[in-house]
Design a protein around this ligand. Sequence first.
Ligand SMILES: Nc1ncnc2c1ncn2[C@@H]1O[C@H](COP(=O)(O)OP(=O)(O)OP(=O)(O)O)[C@@H](O)[C@H]1O
Length: 718
Amino acid sequence: MADDDGMMLLNLDTASSGDFGPKTTKINGGKWKDRRRVKIQQKAAERGGQGSETLGNLPLKRSRTSDRGTPAKKAPKADSKGAKNGRNGGNINSEQYVSSLFTSNRDMVTSANSNAHDENSKVDPSNAPLLQDSFEALGVAAPLLQLLNNKMRISKPTRVQKLSIPTLLEAQNDVFVHAQTGSGKTLAFLLPILTRILALEERVDRQSGCFAMVITPTRELASQIYSVMLTLTQCCHYIVPCLLIGGERKKSEKARLRKGCNFIIGTPGRILDHIENTQVIKEQMASTMRYLVLDEGDKLMELGFEETITKIISFLHEVPIDTLKFPQLPHRITHTLCSATLKGGVTKLGNVTLKNYKLISSGRKEQEVSTVPDQLLQSIIVVPPKLRLVTLAAQLSNITAEHIAAENKETTRTIVFLSCSDSVEFHYDAFSYDDGKSRSLVGDSARMLSGNSTSLPCLSQVTAPSVVCYKLHGSLSQQTRTATLQSFSGETDATRGKHLIMFCTDVASRGLDLPRVSSVLELDPPFAVEDHLHRIGRTARAGVSGKSLLFLLPGEEEAYMDHIKPYHPKGWKLLKFDQDILKPAFMESNVLRSDRRSEKDVSTEWDNNATTWHLNVERRVLEDQTFKELAVKGFMSHIRAYATHLSQEKKYFNVKCLHLGHLAKSFALRERPKAMGAASSHNKNGEATAKKPKEDTRTKMLRLADIAMRQSQREFNY
Ligand SMILES: Nc1ncnc2c1ncn2[C@@H]1O[C@H](COP(=O)(O)OP(=O)(O)OP(=O)(O)O)[C@@H](O)[C@H]1O
C-alpha cells in the first residue's frame, strides 16, 4: 500500500451496533484520511436519502460486523508478530488497518448539567484568612506572632484556626478538627501546642522530654509538618522537633533521639519501630508526653495503619504521667484528630482514641458533609476510553499554551492523578520522552522537554523548553520522592517560570501543601469520594483560586456526578471533550507524523492532528520495547486498580462495564494486553512453556484483588 504507515493498527471492538454507538457501515482499506472523508460523504448521503453506497473511488473493504458489538476485525498474525519483534517493529505487513479515535465510541448519556456552576455569582474563598480577626486576640504567644508576620507572611487566622486555637489552648478535652482542604489545619494544632510550651514557667530544652507526637499517613506529609515546625521554632531554638519516617536511615534517627527532642513527627510504622526497638524513645516520652495529633485521621484508619496506631496509643498510655512536672500542661494526653473528610474510619478511630471529644468544624452548619473550597472551579468531562490519552495531552497542552501566553512568567504547576504507579510510569514516559531529547533534572524522575517538543501539540513550534514533567509514586525510593517534591515545589533556575507537570498516585493526595498548584487533573477516578476531595484540595488553598478537571467514561461512570454533587455546593462545568479540549489544542498545532517529518504532512483539521499525535505514540509503542512494556504494565495495573473500587461505588466503576479494547488504546496499545499475554506462553528463548491450568473465576478475582491491594498499600509504605 503506497501510504503504508510503517505500522498496522487494529480496529478494537469497533462495533457497528449495540451499546457502543450508532449503527454505521464499517469501512476498511485506503488512507485513513480518505476513509474519513468518505465516511462524511456517506453520512451526508444518508441524510440526503441517497442510501449508503456513495463510497467514492476508494478500494474499500467492508469489515465483518456483529450484532453485539464484537470486534470487527483482527490483525493478521504476520503483522502482530511484526509488532512484537520489539525495536524497529520487525516485518510489517503491508496491509493497513485504521485506528480511528473518533468512531464507534459510546455516547454520553447525560444530556444536561444537573449541578451547573453559576458563572455570574460572586464567590468568596471559603478557606481564606479572616481579615477582621488576629492571632494575637486568639492568645498565640508573642514570639510566634512575630515569626508568623515576618517569616511566613501570615497575619490573619483562617476560620478553623480561629475556632481551634482557643479550644486547644485550654484543652483538657480531646478535639476533632474538621475543615476544608487548604484551610490551615497544620498551624491550627501546632500554634496552640507551642504557645502552651512557651508559656511554661520552667524553660525547656531538648533534654526536658517529648511533649507532643504528630502522626501522618505519608512520609511526605510528615516531612512537610516537620519543616513548618522548624520554621516556627526559629523563635525558640531550644525546642527541638524530630522526624521519624520510613525510608530514612534508622541509625541517624536513633542518634537524634538520643540527643533528645520535644516533638516527634512521623509515620506510624517507623514510630512504632522505634518504640519497640529504641530504648531511648521510651525514656524521652516517659512522664512528659501531653499531646497526640493524628493528621489525616481517616486515612490512618485505612491500609492496615489501625493496628499500628492502636499499639502506639497503648504504649503512650502505659507510661504514667508525672503531673508534678510541668503542671501547667494538661494532666493527661490530649488527642487531636485532623481531617478534611469525615469517614467511617474517623469514628472508628474516635472510638480508639478520642474521649468526650469536641468537634471543631469550619463548615457552615457543622454539617456532616465535607465540601470542596468554594473558590475551586471544578470541571467534569466525559471522554470515551479511546480518547483519554489524547484528551489528556490536549488539556496539558491548553494549560501550557495559556502559561506561555501569560505575561507574568510565574511558575505554573499541574498535578495529574492516576490510579497506580505503573500507570504513572507510562504517562510520565509518554509525555516526557520527547524523542529522547528531554533533559533529566532529578535523577530520572523529572525531565525537562526540549525545544520543538512533540509531547504536547502546543510546543511543536516553540524553541525554548517551557515544560518539566515529574513522576511521584510509592515505588520510588524515599530519596527520589523527596528530591522530586523539592524540585516540583521549589523555584530553581531550571524550573522558574516553567510549567511543571507532576504525574502521581494518591501518595500526593493527602495534606501536601505544594505552592501555587493551579490545576489538578483526575485522569483516573478516585477510589473513594474522600480521595476526590483530597486530590482536588491540592489546589485552591488558603483563599487562592484553582481549577480541577475530573475525567469520566461515558455510561455508568456518568452517574458518579450525582454521587459527588453534595460535595460541590458551587457546582461544576460540564465540558465537551471535542469542542472544549481537543479542538483548541489541536486546531492550530503543527503535529507531524513521527516517521515523516515534513511540512506537507501537516493538517489544519484538529481531529486529523489529534489522530496523528495518537498514532505517533502508538508507533513508539511498536518500535520501543521498553515503552511497550510500560504501556502493557500500565494498562494491566490500571484494570486491577479499577477492580478495587469500594463496593458502594461499584455501580459507577464496575470493571465488567469497561471496554478493554478501547481502554487499551488509551495506553497506546493496538490490542488488549490479554492477547499480547498469550504470546508470553513462550519463554525468553522463544520455547513454548506448559500451559497453566485454567483458574476458576473466584480464585482469579481474589488473586487480582490481592495484587491490587498490595500495590495500593505499597503507595503508602510507611
Ligand atoms: N492564616 C493563614 N493565612 C494565610 N495562609 C495560611 C494561613 N494558615 C495557613 N496558611 C497557609 O495555607 C496553606 C495550607 O495550610 P495547611 O497545609 O495547614 O492546610 P490543611 O488544612 O492542613 O490542608 P489539607 O487538608 O490539604 O491537609 C499553607 O501554605 C499555609 O502556609
